[in-house]
Design a protein around this ligand. Structure first.
Ligand code: SF4
Length: 335
């Protein structure tokens, strides 16, 4: 395994880049997008696919081994499927992933198969059509469920990202358990993070991972799994006896994983976001668009700013009472 020279002052090595290719999304999830969000990033400020490709040719030799395309909704951007194909062409060994809301897959399934995508994460928080419409603002649950079936039938690894909110989506817990018992799918419950303005984050809408685990283990036996992959995400994974799927818990609020953080984010308007919770962003778009700036100079700049990567948990602890930890909405960051 290549030594990553993308290292911060805490000695954490970056191996995983999350690339937001658009801030646009066809859904309005209560925990992501503010309903007031009307102004999108101007088209000219959005990084071109060529610019993202150039940046990856700088970052992969420095140690990036895993790239996830996110949004907004990445499939809302024209050419997303083809771009995945180009990424595979340029980086045959890259661990390539996509996070989608599962409502816009049609027409891109073949692209995902051909680029041999390593996994697709689908955001799904409920199996109840009314609750789905309430949470996302759109009546599209059947489309998401058929996307899951289509991906599984195509042999693509599927992971579900579910935000269980008491009194809103938590009632679907049993159905998520059954999904992992029936299919070779990873269902991961993510703690609701206080990110962005005007989302419905509150203590009442928050459920710690330990409570969900307790609810599951009341009726089901779970076998913990050891995480050995250095590029792996922070999920704590569990298997059911004799079932194909797994359950996972991602606990950024009550059991953070900042000391082993291996990720960097590229926003759709071309800034490096060193930590999800840190609104200080470092623009690389101007460097990419300056004909006199070389790849070596961009690499040096990235290594310089990366040293400033903070421990997000500190920001979380220092935020004001009931205040968001970061102002920028998830849709502009890619989660
Ligand atoms: S909060 Fe920041 S430092 Fe912590 S795991 Fe997330 S990105 Fe990494």
């Amino acid at each position: 395994m290549e030594q990553s020279s993308l290292c911060d002052d805490l000695g954490r090595k970056v191996r995983y880049l999350r690339v937001s290719i658009t801030d646009r999304c066809n859904l309005r999830c209560l925990y992501c997008q503010s309903n007031r969000l009307s102004r999108y990033i101007p088209h000219d400020d959005i990084l071109k696919y060529e610019e993202i490709l150039r940046l990856l040719h700088i970052l992969v030799p420095l140690g990036v081994e895993k790239v996830r395309l996110t949004g907004g909704e990445p499939l809302a951007r024209k050419g997303c499927g083809e771009f995945l194909g180009r990424l595979r062409e340029h980086f045959p060994n890259l661990d390539l992933r996509l996070t989608t809301n599962g409502t816009m897959l049609s027409g891109s399934l073949q692209d995902l198969v051909q680029c041999k995508i390593n996994a697709v994460n689908i955001s799904l928080d409920t199996f109840d059509p009314e609750t789905f419409t309430k949470v996302t603002g759109r009546d599209m649950l059947p489309r998401v469920l058929s996307t899951i079936d289509a991906l599984v039938d195509a042999g693509i690894k599927v992971k579900i990202n579910a935000v269980l909110m008491p009194g809103i989506t938590q009632a679907s817990l049993e159905q998520f358990i059954h999904l992992a018992q029936d299919l070779d799918i990873d269902v991961r419950f993510i703690e609701f993070m206080p990110m962005g303005q005007d989302t419905i984050w509150s203590k009442d809408a928050f459920c710690p991972w330990s409570e969900i685990l307790a609810l599951v283990t009341k009726n089901y036996e779970l076998i913990p799994e050891k995480n050995v992959d250095l590029t792996a995400g922070p999920a704590q994974m569990f298997k059911f006896k004799g079932a194909p799927g797994r359950l996972g818990f991602i606990s950024p609020i009550t059991n953070h994983f900042c000391y082993t953080c291996n990720r960097l984010r590229l926003t759709s308007d071309g800034s490096l976001r060193l930590c999800l919770y840190d609104d200080h962003e470092y623009p690389v778009r101007p460097l990419l668009r300056d004909a006199y700036v070389t790849d070596e100079q961009i690499a040096a700049k990235i290594l310089e700013v990366l040293r400033k990567k903070t421990l997000g948990v500190g920001l979380l602890e220092r935020r004001g009472q009931n205040k968001p930890v970061a102002v920028r909405n998830m849709s502009g960051i890619g989660g």
